[in-house]
Design a protein around this ligand. Structure first.
Ligand code: ADP
Length: 293
């Protein structure tokens, strides 16, 4: 039986459709996600994965159908309630979406914007506690040494970790990641996926991530949603993702040959890579010094 809390934080898409002109990007999707799941969304390019994620965080609106979180209808939210929802479901993008000329610490603190007054935010005034929180988030991601560097000078893998730290600052109930490792090399892809899994496991935050590679989805996600031409054609555990299911998600190539899993491999050889950099949850002495900076 579900606990009251997980029922309150249950997330549902009901018959959600999104059209762009005559093109149906997302077609009558029904999904029900209890709080705390790690969900991978897979499918060919153009299958509708990104549109689906953008609708959850209301960067795009459904043409029809509705989105619910607990008792609240997300698809009907306006104004402050909509901003609160966008704070509750932090978004991570393939291209990181940091402000390159601002230092890493400020980029992370920008995750607090929806928690504070507009005036303080506009003036860029952050409290000592917010700085500490930001540094603890950076430590957790193993990149506190970059705190004072302009974000644009970091490697792609480091920038994605900054984006995850910023997402943590939002205090989210859900993290939505749109192809978070598509621009990264295998080692950094592993570090980023390990970080998302750690957040999911330790904080019980739901993670929904689009992934273009099957092996990553199989390895990291307890639930996989397969999309093809806007529809959900698979929804189950990695064990249930049979060759026939993979075929239905990815179809055949233009010569009619079946898809081979290796074609969608990231080549993250998960077993052979070093363990992801771990992070302490509390700010250490270096963090305290930076916070006072
Ligand atoms: P995926 O993330 O699986 O690659 P998308 O959600 O980006 O798929 O796209 C699904 C379909 O919707 C594609 O046919 C794409 O061209 C179309 N689409 C997505 N966004 C827009 C848009 N802003 N305007 C017009 N068509 C769009």
């Amino acid at each position: 039986m579900r606990s009251g809390k997980s029922e309150r934080m249950r997330f549902q898409l009901k018959n959600v459709t999104r059209r762009f002109g005559n093109n149906i990007a997302v077609d009558a999707v029904n999904v029900d996600i209890p709080q705390g799941q790690m969900v991978g969304v897979i499918g060919r390019s153009g299958a509708g994965k990104s549109t689906l994620l953008r609708m959850i965080n209301r960067l795009a609106d459904p043409t029809s159908g509705s989105i619910h979180f607990g008792d609240s209808e997300v698809s009907g939210l306006r104004g402050k309630s909509l901003r609160n929802w966008q704070r509750d479901c932090a978004m991570i993008f393939q291209q990181f979406n940091l402000v390159p000329r601002l230092d890493v610490l400020t980029n992370v603190m920008l995750g607090r914007l929806n928690h504070r007054s507009t005036t303080l935010s506009l003036l860029g005034i952050f409290t000592y506690e917010e700085r500490l929180m930001a540094i603890a988030a950076l430590e957790r991601l193993g990149i506190e040494q970059t705190a004072m560097q302009p974000a644009g000078t970091l490697s792609g893998g480091q920038q994605q970790r900054v984006a995850i730290a910023r997402a943590l600052m939002q205090g989210p109930k859900m993290i939505l990641a749109d192809e978070p490792i598509a621009s990264l090399d295998p080692l950094n892809a592993k570090i980023v996926m390990d970080a998302l899994r750690d957040i999911n496991e330790r904080e019980g935050i739901t993670v929904i991530t689009n992934l273009h590679t099957l092996d990553t989805a199989r390895h990291y996600c307890e639930r996989i949603i397969g999309m093809a031409a806007g529809r959900v054609v698979f929804d189950g555990s990695p064990d249930e993702l049979t060759a026939a299911a993979v075929q239905e998600i990815y179809g055949s190539d233009k010569h009619g040959a079946g898809i081979d899993e290796s074609m969608t491999s990231t080549s993250i050889n998960v077993a052979n890579l070093p363990t992801g950099e771990t992070a302490s949850q509390s700010a250490g002495p270096k963090a305290l010094a930076l916070a006072r900076h």
